[in-house]
Design a protein around this ligand. Structure first.
Ligand SMILES: [Zn+2]
Length: 245
């Protein structure tokens, strides 16, 4: 897999402003209102530290250090500047932090610009996680090579859901309908206590696209059709059963 690295150039092309050192000018107002999402309760949930770390490393790769520092300042998380979460499985990186960074990125880049960026961040996170864990877990070869494409997709989605549900407080499940495979977050870090008018869990979307590419070498369309930040009961992603030609 290869990903476009020159994010500031793309932001400029889309009408955003990039200052010296990759500092990007906010394109939308900043909301600090506290909102308790009825579907996620008011108790903070956690990812393992390394999931937070992979996200920071991915964002640094896409924005440059200065760009990420600006995002962290805006998110009220300057304590993480040059101080990323450690590479371990302790569940200490909060959904509140994750959501604040996602919100700050949306505030900086606008709804449209942030979507492309967060999708790519999800893909880079998945690359990092695979590099880190496939050797250890021996899942580099799931014996999937000869399986029908649809089964590979189903197994890969199941592995992602099970991984999140096991090592983090993100509860995910997979099902299948006539419209496609359904990946659903019942608790979700990206939209944690946020209110939006369109689905905003793009990192998960990127992780799913990259996982399916890894498992099948094909590109699948993944579409978030409902989101808890819009008041819906789960964050729901529909995955087409046939890859994009
Ligand atoms: Zn969500």
């Amino acid at each position: 897999m290869s990903f476009e690295r020159n994010e500031p150039e793309r932001i400029k092309a889309e009408g955003g402003a990039v200052g010296p050192g990759g500092i990007i000018t906010p394109s939308a107002g900043i909301s600090n209102s506290h909102y308790v999402n009825p579907h996620q309760g008011d108790t903070n949930l956690f990812y393992p530290n390394n999931m937070g770390r992979f996200f920071f490393v991915a964002m640094e790769e896409l924005l440059g250090k200065n760009g990420l520092n600006a995002v962290l300042n805006l998110a009220g998380l300057s304590r993480f500047i040059n101080n990323y979460p450690p590479n371990n499985l302790e569940k200490k990186f909060s959904f509140a932090n994750y959501a604040a960074i996602n919100q700050a990125i949306e505030d900086f880049y606008g709804v449209r610009g942030s979507k492309g960026l967060l999708l790519r961040a999800g893909k880079v996170c998945l690359e990092r996680a695979l590099t880190e864990y496939t050797a250890i877990a021996g899942v580099g070869n799931l014996g999937m090579r000869l399986m029908p494409q649809n089964i590979k997709v189903k197994i890969a989605l199941g592995v992602v859901a099970k991984t999140f549900s096991t090592i983090s407080d993100q509860s995910s499940k997979v099902s299948e309908t006539s419209e496609g495979f359904i990946y659903e977050n019942e608790t979700c870090s990206m939209c944690w206590h946020r209110q939006t008018t369109s689905p905003c869990c793009h990192v998960a979307n990127g992780v799913l696209i990259a996982t399916l590419h890894w498992a099948t070498t094909k590109n699948y369309r993944v579409n978030e059709v409902q989101c808890m930040a819009m008041g819906q009961p789960t964050c729901r992603f529909v995955i087409d059963k046939t890859p994009i030609e």
